[in-house]
Design a protein around this ligand. Structure first.
Ligand code: ZN
Length: 313
């Protein structure tokens, strides 16, 4: 039973908007594309493993928590999948990589060789799992549970080739996950099922949603690099204004409703939670102060979250 389902990463909505704002010649453009592809692949792989776990024949009661983000001091620890049973807790780190993965014991690096033969270095998922296990130990203590912890790195698809070995954390293909789980020790239950569910729900309640920030430093752009005005989300071209609420994309031949609201969201997400009316006028390509005042007064309140605030209305 899943007590916390996986949520679509917000970057899958934010990064396409950023790609529309950045000119394709910008040095950060490719990096954004690359991250978007890897987040998409990662999410797809995690969903695939979720479905395997959902349709497995379990012979023990179990509670599954997906995508748990917990703050540990100033840093976040992200745990892909946690399986609670009365006998143990299982920590799974899902990694969807294509090509060949080269592991070297528990060294902190993993090398990936792409199908094209390029070599890339990554943080080893093994060290990520070891960090997650440490965090889970703290969470279990907080929830009053005393259970052994097992862990694995899960590769969703068999097309990934693995070379080398890892010392402490096994690497398991998702097809072999039922066999791996059935081999985990299940002697006498160490906790009653109701108490286990209560504790797992308590641990799930520690989740803090991850809100990505600092796009400008990560992808090395400044305000002046970004395209202004209302942009068609489908094709990335500039849209023509029809009224304060409606724009039109001539390329897609489609109306765009509330293009100004989307543009203000882009400002909030990629530039700042604050906006001055002069900045709004420039960014939305508004003709004068009156139009800017109208937009800020009537539309800006529809920006939903964050520290969004308008200066000098
Ligand atoms: Zn379009």
């Amino acid at each position: 039973m899943f007590i916390k389902e996986r949520v679509r990463p917000v970057q899958l909505d934010l990064l396409p908007s950023l790609l529309n704002r950045l000119p394709s010649s910008h040095p950060g453009y490719e990096k954004v594309q690359h991250h978007l592809r890897s987040i998409n692949a990662g999410f797809g792989g995690e969903q695939y493993v979720d479905e395997r776990l959902r349709h497995m024949n379990w012979d023990v009661p179990h509670f599954i928590v997906c995508d748990l983000n917990v703050a540990s001091g100033r840093t976040f620890c992200q745990i892909d999948t946690l399986v609670f049973t009365p006998h143990y807790v299982l920590v799974l780190e899902v990694k969807n990589f294509s090509g060949t993965l080269q592991f070297q014991g528990n060294r902190y690096q993993m090398t990936r060789i792409t199908r094209e033969g390029d070599e890339e270095g990554f943080d080893s998922p093994v060290s990520q799992v070891l960090r997650a296990v440490k965090e889970v130990r703290i969470l279990l203590r907080k929830a009053g549970l005393s259970l052994p912890i097992f862990s694995a790195v899960v590769l969703p698809y068999a097309r990934t080739i693995v070379k080398g070995t890892t010392d402490d954390v096994p690497i398991v293909f998702s097809k072999a996950l039922p066999l791996f789980i059935s081999n985990l020790p299940t002697t006498n239950p160490l906790v009653a099922t109701e108490d286990l569910q209560f504790a797992a729900e308590k641990i799930a309640s520690f989740h803090q949603p991850f809100i990505p920030k600092n796009f400008s430093s990560r992808y090395e752009f400044t305000l002046s690099d970004l395209r202004t005005g209302v942009i068609c989300a489908d094709c990335g071209r500039s849209a023509a204004k029809q009224s304060i609420r409606a724009h039109y994309c001539h390329a897609c031949q489609m109306p765009i409703l509330d293009g100004y609201v989307s543009a203000l969201r882009d400002w909030r997400d990629f530039i700042s939670p604050l906006i001055r009316s002069s900045e709004c006028q420039t960014f939305l390509q508004l003709p004068n102060k009156n139009a800017t005042y109208y937009v800020l007064k009537n539309l800006a309140e529809r920006i939903e979250y964050g520290l969004w605030r308008i200066k000098e209305l």
